[in-house]
Design a protein around this ligand. Structure first.
Ligand code: SF4
Length: 473
């Protein structure tokens, strides 16, 4: 059967969608390969959040044209957000592609791949092979970007492709209705649609039965899950009902979620951190700006004061909870005073980590045509300045772990040094340590012996195997 290589750009949602496509293809007998040169089919799962991400994928597809010259039967396809946003135009910009499949059609990719293989085989049988590999593509590309009702319910069959994985993503919803003025997601992913709680819990049970100990719930606005479809019960939102149900799944040990919106943190969700032991002590809470004026222009319906209050409530509910964030600097109209408000708030909160983005115009969004676009110099200065602030607080949090005992889940070999192992604390910090394969997929305590700028180093032997788990700092 044909071999398939999937390259994924962008966020965890995309990673998860690629897993689903990989799984569908594997189920039909296709072989997954980790090198494009060995592949008969190459799929790029694209991201539209920034122009740069789109340009990268288009550039990559351009380079793959050379490979097509060597392998005229090679099938090339785009899927995901950029495919959804550009549709036929993408086929025009990359006329050698065979597939353009949008975000509501991941479950159809395997069908489309097989159809594209068939078309290419047929053309190969009737055409000059050099023409097939040349600049004119005799194959009519398959473009499938239509909205499909219920497509959020088709994503349950995704299971981790990595055999020894101890963690897994679960996609619980698709789309977003918030329309932040800098963001293309509502266009590429469509309106919010949640999967039924029972289906998600069943998926978690299946994963736990296969040895998965930690799940991360995914959604563009994950903590507002189900608000349009499912009723509140006993004052609890559908998301809180889901967390409670997952907390009761046997053998599942850890629950995380990303990315939430600050306005989705009502009292019922904050309280979950005080009472659901499997909910990990980490919240990724996108701030975006510390200036109320800029938050309004971004169409983010909270203020610096309400964000500060929320962080305090979370820290009171679960002492030691880690809080990370996303911040955009250089949004149109951001004055020095606005930027200072962001910087001051970041310093005051002392995030455990932050992704700092320089604002860049994203076509088809309101912010792209706003007055007051800033120069690259100003954006770069603020970017570097804020990075220094958030890196300092992240380092302080890491340093504070040295000398403590932390519960970790070992995820396997370290990416940077495969001779050592990597695990994740409950607060989502990476710990590197020496050890053998018996640690893979296990939850245990390590003594934290040192910290670098972004990583902790630990030693399980200091505590002895099977030591009692404290799990919190
Ligand atoms: S809430 Fe998130 S996904 Fe939705 S529009 Fe805003 S930034 Fe984009």
């Amino acid at each position: 059967m044909p071999s398939v290589f999937i390259k994924t750009y962008g966020c965890q949602m995309n990673e998860r969608d690629s897993e689903q496509v990989a799984r569908d293809l594997q189920d039909r007998g296709h072989r997954l390969v980790d090198n494009e040169r060995d592949a008969d089919v190459i799929l790029l799962n694209t991201c539209s959040v920034r122009d740069m991400a789109e340009q990268k994928a288009i550039g990559k597809m351009g380079m793959l044209r050379k490979l097509r010259r060597e392998k005229p039967k090679l099938v090339l396809g785009y899927m995901g957000c950029m495919a959804q946003r550009m549709g036929d135009d993408l086929g025009n910009r990359s006329p050698h592609v065979d597939l353009v499949v949008g975000t509501q059609k991941f479950h159809r990719v395997a069908d489309h791949v097989e159809e594209a293989i068939r078309r290419r085989e047929e053309a190969f049988a009737s055409e000059d092979a050099t023409e097939l590999g040349g600049s004119i593509n005799p194959i009519i590309p398959i473009v499938d970007i239509a909205a499909e009702e219920g497509s959020q319910n088709t994503i349950r069959e995704h299971l981790p492709t990595e055999k020894k994985a101890a963690t897994s993503f679960i996609s619980i919803m698709q789309g977003c209705n918030m329309h932040c003025t800098f963001c293309i997601v509502p266009t590429t992913r469509g309106p919010e649609r949640g999967r039924p709680i029972l289906e998600i819990v069943e998926e978690a049970r299946t994963l736990a039965g296969r040895g998965i100990k930690e799940v991360t719930l995914l959604g563009q606005i994950v903590n507002l899950y189900g608000r349009h479809e499912f009723p509140k019960m006993d004052g609890k939102s559908p998301f809180v009902q889901l967390l409670e149900a997952l907390n009761a799944v046997e053998r599942l040990e850890r629950i995380r979620f990303t990315s939430p919106h600050p306005m989705g943190f009502r009292k019922d969700l904050v309280e979950c951190f005080a009472r659901l032991p499997k909910l990990m002590e980490h919240v990724h809470l996108p701030l975006q700006s510390g200036s109320d004026r800029i938050l309004k222009a971004m169409h983010r319906p909270y203020t610096a004061a309400s964000f500060r209050k929320l962080v305090a409530e979370l820290r009171a509910a679960r002492p030691g909870i880690a809080v990370s964030t996303d911040i955009i600097v250089g949004f149109p109209g951001e004055t020095e005073e606005d930027y200072r408000a962001t910087r001051d708030l970041a310093e005051e909160i002392g995030f455990d980590g932050a992704f700092v983005f320089r604002y860049s115009k994203r076509g088809d969004t309101p912010a792209a045509v706003m007055d007051g676009q800033l120069s690259e110099e100003v954006k770069e200065f603020r970017n570097q300045d804020l990075l220094a602030v958030v890196n300092a607080s992240a380092s302080r949090h890491l340093e504070a772990c040295v000398g403590t005992r932390q519960q970790i889940l070992c995820e396997g070999p370290s990416r940077n040094d495969p001779s050592r192992l990597a695990g994740r604390t409950r607060t989502n910090k990476i710990v590197i340590f020496e050890g053998g394969s018996r640690f893979h997929g296990q939850i245990f305590d390590v003594a934290i012996t040192s910290a670098s700028a972004s990583t902790l180093y630990g030693d399980p032997s200091i505590l002895g195997e099977g030591s009692e788990t404290l799990g919190k700092r």
